[in-house]
Structure formats: C-alpha cells, structure tokens
Design a binder for this molecule. Structure first.
Ligand code: GLA
Length: 403
C-alpha cells in the first residue's frame, strides 16, 4: 500500500513524496451509537489501511489524487467548500492550520490509496482523515500525539464536513494496538487495551449507506432531544449514556417514541459494553458472544439502524454455531462481525464451515455472495519522512523518522 501510494504520487505529480503515512479502518466489537452519547466503545483496527503520500505545493492549494475516484483535483481550500472525499482533506488542512501544524503556506500535494471499503461501516473516513493529519503534520515537521491526531480528524469530519459522528473511529485509527481491542470511554476519553481472544470474521454484505445523507445526523438529533427532555428529571444530565440503568422505568415514562427506544438502546448498550469489556478481559467468550447477539437485536429493534441483509447474516451465523454476531459501525447496511471460539472442535466451529453456511444463506436470499474475511486486529496511525528535502526547506532541522 505504501509503495502504491508513493507510486501514485510520483506518477501524478512527477516528484517523490516527502512523507508517507497510513491509518487503519476499524471493526467495533460492541458499543454502537454510544460514542456521541458519552458512552463506551470497544473497537479493533483492521489490517486494511488507507495510505497518504504528501509533498509541498503552492500556498493555500491542495492538489489531490486518489484511488477512490482516480481523478486529479486542485482546490483552493480556503475559498470554497469542496465535496466528496476532498472535503475531508480540506477539513484536515483547516484544523491543522488553526493549530499551527499545517505545512508551509497550508498547501500540499496529496495522493491517497485505500484498502478500506467505503460505506461498509468500517470507518473509511477516519482512516483517511487520521492518515492525512499524520502525513500533513509531519510534512510541517510537527509531531502530533495520537490523541491530537484523533482530535484533528474528528473536527474535520464533525465540524467541517458536518457528519454527526462521535470520536470512536478517529481514536481507534490513531491509538489502536495490534492484537488488542481499545476500550474507550468517550466522555472522559479514558482508554484501556484488552487482548483479543477468539477469532473474528467480517461479513461485508455489499449494501452501502451514505452517512452524510442524514441517518446518523437524525439519530444524533433524537438523542439530543432525549437528553433535553430527560434533564427535566435529572437536571445535571449531560450525556444520554450517563442515565442510571436502574431508572429505566422513569426513562420510559418521560419519553415518547421514537426517543424512548433510542434512549433505551443507548443506556442498554452502555451497560452491555462495560460488561462485555470485563468478559473479554477474563476470557468469557461465550457470554461475550451472547452480548453481541443482544446488541444486534437492540440496534435492530430500538435504534432501527439495521438492514435485512445484516439481520440475515446474524441469523445465519447463529444457526452455524458462532458465539456471537452483530452489525458493526453505523449500520443501515455494511458489515457484520462474527465471533468464533478459539479453535475447531467442541468449543469452536471452524471458520470455513461458518463462512460457508453464511454464504449459502445469503446467496439463497439475494442471489449473490457477501465478502467474508478474517479480522486481524492491527495498530494505529504511522508515518515517516521518505525524502528529506521538503523538511530541510521548511525548517532546516535534521530529518527524523516517525514510524
Ligand atoms: C459511525 C460514526 C461513529 C459511531 C458509529 C456508530 O461510524 O462515525 O462515531 O457513532 O457510527 O457506533
């Protein structure tokens, strides 16, 4: 991927890039739609990554090329609001500029190569913005911490592009560790790494959602409306996820539909995720798997963010003997995560057998096969200078390598 993106940069701009960086997509194990409600999430980073190669350009100009659409674009990012994936890069540049971490003149040439599928619920936009923030800040000879990278990427997507996302994807793309899930409490941003046991399959149904088209923004607005109403009961309530689980009857009385169902999902999912993190820590994989099925049901019935294709895959996984399965990411299409036990035999079904049964059920219903891959939890953003010239010109300091 790194070679691809350097090659794309060279072929497009006729020069070598100065910095190359990459960031992963993510698969969320549990904790869906809790992040923007101040609750916990438990994602892992995928081995599929987005790579970004950058070099200097005229002040205020972004010259862009991407494997996403193959088109070369030139934008004066201060003058207007670009559309599509270019908007995410303009957002990153704006945030870096505001924080004094943009390259000289806040202009850059940028090439993007991505192996993270778009719209599959695997956080392709965070992989792009985190990788870009890493590459562009290194081009400026500024080393941002992983949390700072996540903040830049989050504000680019949330404030600039206008997607009502939480901070899960950007934190995972920046901070993930190989072989571990990241338990992130989104109100405090406290983190803990939990080793992954069991095996994970990802079933991409091929159905796509368009986040900016509004479903996520609509749910977020419903959650905010629920908090506004619940403050009459609990004046100091800030986050929906902080509503006490023992006060569910009071919540049900206070809220009308659909806010009641949305809030019940968020409060239930918050409890499930914290409990799930404990189970995963102790290696209680069967009980953890049961929670995944429950979480899917809550997404389907209460949060109404599932899709028939996702429900079918979850049901087929259950019939095939998987420990757990649920939609992962925002929903309304995209992918299902399937949890299997440690090995073949009594405690763990073979990956091949479960995958075959899911494929067969899906093909019988939809006449095509989903793509099924195994998930290898990987690490967060990394970047390095590949040529020293841009850096020497910019600051006169010695080249350093960050990986
Ligand atoms: C999208 C958002 C995330 C999170 C999930 C749902 O992926 O980008 O911040 O809200 O949906 O859990």
């Amino acid at each position: 991927m790194i070679d691809n993106v350097s090659g794309l940069f060279r072929a497009t701009f006729g020069a070598a890039p100065v910095v190359v960086a990459s960031a992963p997509g993510r698969v969320n194990l549990i904790g869906e739609h809790t992040d923007y409600n101040g609750g916990p999430v438990l994602p892992v980073a995928t081995s599929a990554r987005t790579s970004v190669a950058v070099g200097p350009a005229e002040p205020g100009v972004l010259e862009l090329i991407s494997t996403l659409d193959g088109e070369r674009t030139r934008i004066d990012w201060r003058a207007g609001r670009p559309t599509g994936w270019c908007a995410y890069l303009a957002g990153v540049m704006r945030e870096l500029d505001a924080g004094g971490a943009a390259p000289a003149g806040a202009g850059a040439r940028v090439a993007v190569a991505s192996a993270v599928p778009v719209g599959a619920g695997l956080a392709s936009s965070a992989a792009l913005t985190v990788a870009a923030a890493q590459a562009l800040s290194l081009l400026a000879t500024v080393r941002l911490s992983p949390r700072q990278l996540a903040g830049v990427a989050y504000r680019a997507e949330h404030d600039y592009v206008g997607v009502g996302c939480g901070i899960m994807d950007q934190m995972c793309a920046s901070l993930a560790r190989p072989g571990h899930a990241l338990l992130l409490e989104c109100a405090s941003l406290a983190t803990r790494y939990i080793p992954i046991r069991g095996r994970l399959l990802l079933v991409d149904t091929g159905t796509r959602h368009e986040l900016t088209a509004g479903a996520l923004n609509e749910r977020r607005a419903e959650c905010e409306a629920a908090v506004a109403r619940l403050r009459l009961e609990l004046p100091e309530l800030v986050w929906l996820a902080s509503w006490p689980a023992r006060w569910l009857p009071r919540l049900k009385r206070a809220l009308a539909e659909p806010l009641r169902s949305r809030a019940l999902h968020v409060v239930g999912e918050t409890a499930r995720t914290r409990f799930g993190a404990q189970l995963l820590t102790r290696g209680h994989m069967r009980r953890f798997g049961k929670l995944l099925y429950e979480a899917h049901e809550s997404c389907r019935r209460l949060y109404e963010c599932s899709a028939p294709e996702l429900d079918l895959v979850v049901a087929a996984a259950r019939r095939a003997g998987a420990l757990g399965a649920r939609l992962t990411g925002a929903g309304w299409g995209g992918a299902v995560l399937v949890l299997l036990g440690k090995g073949d035999g009594a405690r763990g079904k073979s990956e091949a057998k479960v995958a075959k049964e899911i494929r067969r059920a899906f093909a019988a219903a939809y006449g095509r096969e989903p793509s099924i891959t195994s998930v290898r939890p990987s690490g967060g953003a990394r970047g390095k200078h590949v040529t020293g010239q841009g850096m020497l010109r910019a600051s006169g300091v010695k080249e350093t390598t960050h990986v």
